[in-house]
Design a protein around this ligand. Structure first.
Ligand code: CA
Length: 214
């Protein structure tokens, strides 16, 4: 929650100070008297946000970690409507107590119905440079497959179908999806995890610790 409020301040404050000639924090403070009244009201928030050194370290937002003991809005559609559940087996959790279990058994080829999220989404979603996540693939889920991938697909007004693929292998995978500039705007409507494989998955895949970085 702390990160969320901080991330919010990252975007609110620059917007409030947009009237100033410079966005440098020191320059902004000295120019506060020239700014509109609402800019003065925002000054105490800037103090709680801390010095620039902390800003650099706090450039990530946890998007989904499933510690709410829910799927955090992830669900399958159509024939896959029962595919997404929350997992509490610690063997398949990277952080905390819970992860997302996607039952991919029988999924073959391109499957964009297996995991869809319609929000609400974290503020500033359109400014992420990367989205990372930890994925656990049990041996029996992927055995015999020549290739298996999870595409991250982000739908927004900038691009209704921005997609990035990543290969997955048996065991833990640390996946990083690079977001191209101007391909995702803040008005995200859906995020998909699209499964793609040559043959059918034999079981579930677990997702945890999905993080967006600016
Ligand atoms: Ca977790």
């Amino acid at each position: 929650m702390k990160r969320w409020s901080f991330a919010l301040s990252l975007f609110v404050l620059p917007a409030l100070f947009a009237g100033c000639a410079s966005t440098h924090p020191a320059a902004t403070e000295t120019k506060t008297p020239m700014a509109a009244p609402k800019a003065e009201a925002a000054a105490p928030q800037m103090e709680t946000a801390g010095p620039p050194a902390q800003t650099a370290a706090e450039n990530a937002v946890t998007l989904w970690n499933f510690e709410s003991k829910t799927t955090d809005g992830w669900a399958g559609t159509g024939n896959w409507s029962e595919a997404d559940t929350v997992n509490d087996d610690p063997n398949f959790v990277k952080q905390g107590k819970y992860s997302l279990k996607i039952n991919a058994k029988g999924s073959s080829g391109w499957n964009q119905d297996i995991a869809v999220n319609e929000g609400p989404f974290a503020p500033g979603f359109g400014k992420f440079k990367t989205i990372t996540m930890d994925v656990y693939v049990p041996k029996e889920s992927i055995e015999g497959l020549q290739y298996a991938q999870i595409f991250l697909v982000i739908s927004s007004s900038a691009n209704s179908w921005f997609q990035v693929p990543q290969d997955i292998k048996e065991g833990w995978n640390s996946l990083q999806y690079n977001i191209e500039p101007n391909e995702v705007s803040d008005d995200v409507s859906q995020v998909y995890l699209v499964f793609n494989s040559d043959l059918a998955f034999g079981g579930p895949v677990y997702i945890d610790n999905v993080v967006g970085e600016y």
